[in-house]
Design a protein around this ligand. Structure first.
Ligand code: FAD
Length: 311
C-alpha cells in the first residue's frame, strides 16, 4: 500500500514524488513516457537555477532528484483508477494494480492534431509533431510550422538551424512567443511568418510537397514545402480523472484550487493537465509540490481503515 500514487512521469510527477518522499510518504510514480513533454525541446532557458539546458537534461535532473529518495518508479500506462469502499485507490496499469491512500494526477497533455485532409496519410511522411526528433531529416529543405505559441516559435527556431527556409503559419493576426523568442524570429532571415492563414489540406505523393492555404500567399493558395510541423497546443489527458468524478472545465482540464486539490477527496492534480492558463515546467513543478503537500496532509489527517488488500 502506497501513501500516494503519482500518475505521470513528466517534470510535474517527478517534482511531486521528490516532495512526497521528503514528507515521508511512500510514493510510486507510474508513467508511460519518461520525462514527458519537456523532452521535446533542446532549449530550456526559463527554468530558475539553470541558465540553459535541454529538456532531456531538466527531466533527467528532476527524475534523479526524486529517485534519490525511496520512490518507486513504474513504467506503465494507467488504464483505470477507482476507489474502494474503504477509501483506498486502486490504480490499475496494463501489468499490475497499485493500492494507494491518495492519488496525484500529473498526466499532462497529448498533442492536438491538425484535422485536415492529408494529415493522417502523410503522418511521418512529412507531417511531424517534434522538431527536436525530426529536424535533421529536413537539412536544407523548406518546412512550415503551424501554430503561433512560444512552443511553435521554438520549433521554428530549431528548424532554422537545419532548413533552408521555415514558414510559420498562424491563423491569428500576430504570433505570441515570449519576447526573447519573438526577437530571435525577427533576426532569423530563414523564418517567414504568414498570419491570418489556416492550412486546409496537406498535399503530396510519396511525401508532403505542398500545403493548401485558406488565404492566398504571394497570389497562390498553395505553398511548396518538404515538411510540416504541427504545434497547435494539446488536449489534456484527463479521461482517468473524469471517470473518477473529478470535475473538468470545458477544455477538459482538471479543475484545481490553489493548493492543487480537486473536488474529490484524496485526489490532487498538477501540471499541464490542470486548468491553469500558464503552463510551463516550473508552474507544473510548483503545482506538483502543492499536490504532494496536500496528499501528505490528507493521508495524515484521515483515519483510514486500511482493510483494502493488494491482489
Ligand atoms: C515544443 C515545446 C517546448 C517547450 N518549451 C518549454 C520551455 O522552454 N520551458 C518550459 O518551462 N516549458 C516548456 N514547454 C512546456 C512544458 O514542456 C510543459 O509545461 C511541461 O513539460 C508539463 O509537464 P507535465 O509533467 O505536467 O506533463 P507532461 O510532460 O505531459 O507529462 C505527463 C506524463 O504523464 C504520462 N501519462 C499520461 N497519461 C498517462 C497514463 N494514463 N498512465 C501513465 N502515464 C501517463 C505522459 O506519457 C507523460 O510522460 C514546452 C512545450 C513544448 C511542446
Amino acid at each position: 500500500m502506497y501513501d500516494v500514487a503519482i500518475i505521470g512521469s513528466g517534470v510535474t510527477g517527478y517534482a511531486a514524488a521528490m516532495y512526497a518522499a521528503r514528507l515521508d510518504l511512500a510514493a510510486v510514480v507510474i508513467g508511460d513516457v519518461d520525462g514527458g513533454t519537456i523532452t521535446l525541446t533542446d532549449d530550456v532557458a526559463n527554468y530558475p537555477g539553470y541558465i540553459q539546458l535541454t529538456g532531456q537534461e531538466l527531466a533527467g535532473k528532476l527524475r534523479e532528484h526524486a529517485l534519490d529518495y525511496p520512490v518507486t518508479l513504474d513504467t506503465d500506462l494507467v488504464t483505470e483508477v477507482f476507489r474502494s469502499k474503504e477509501d483506498c485507490f486502486y490504480v490499475v496499469t496494463e501489468k499490475k494494480t497499485f493500492l494507494a491512500k491518495s492519488v496525484i494526477i500529473a498526466t499532462g497533455m497529448k498533442e492536438r492534431e491538425l484535422e485536415v485532409p492529408g494529415h493522417n496519410e502523410f503522418r511521418n511522411r512529412g507531417v511531424s509533431y517534434c522538431a527536436l526528433c525530426d529536424a535533421p531529416l529536413y537539412k536544407d529543405k523548406v518546412v512550415a510550422v503551424v501554430g503561433g505559441s512560444d512552443s511553435a516559435a521554438k520549433e521554428a527556431l530549431l528548424l532554422a538551424k537545419y532548413c533552408q527556409k521555415v514558414y510559420i503559419i498562424y491563423r491569428r493576426e500576430k504570433i505570441r512567443p515570449e519576447p526573447i523568442n519573438a526577437e530571435r524570429i525577427e533576426r532569423e532571415p530563414k523564418i517567414e511568418v504568414i498570419t491570418k492563414t489556416n492550412v486546409t489540406e496537406i498535399i503530396g505523393d510519396q511525401k508532403v510537397n505542398r500545403l493548401r492555404l485558406d488565404n492566398p500567399y504571394k497570389h497562390s493558395d498553395t505553398l511548396t514545402v518538404d515538411g510540416v510541423f504541427i504545434a497547435i497546443g494539446g488536449i489534456p489527458n484527463s479521461q482517468l480523472a473524469g471517470k473518477m468524478g473529478v470535475l473538468l472545465n470545458e477544455k477538459g482540464e482538471i479543475i484545481i484550487d490553489r493548493a492543487s486539490r480537486t473536488n474529490v477527496e484524496g485526489v490532487f492534480a498538477a501540471g499541464d493537465v490542470v486548468d491553469t492558463e500558464f503552463k510551463q515546467a516550473i508552474t507544473g513543478v510548483a503545482e506538483g509540490v502543492h499536490a504532494a503537500y496536500q496528499a501528505y496532509r490528507y493521508v495524515n489527517e484521515h483515519d483510514f481503515v486500511f482493510t483494502c488488500q493488494q491482489d
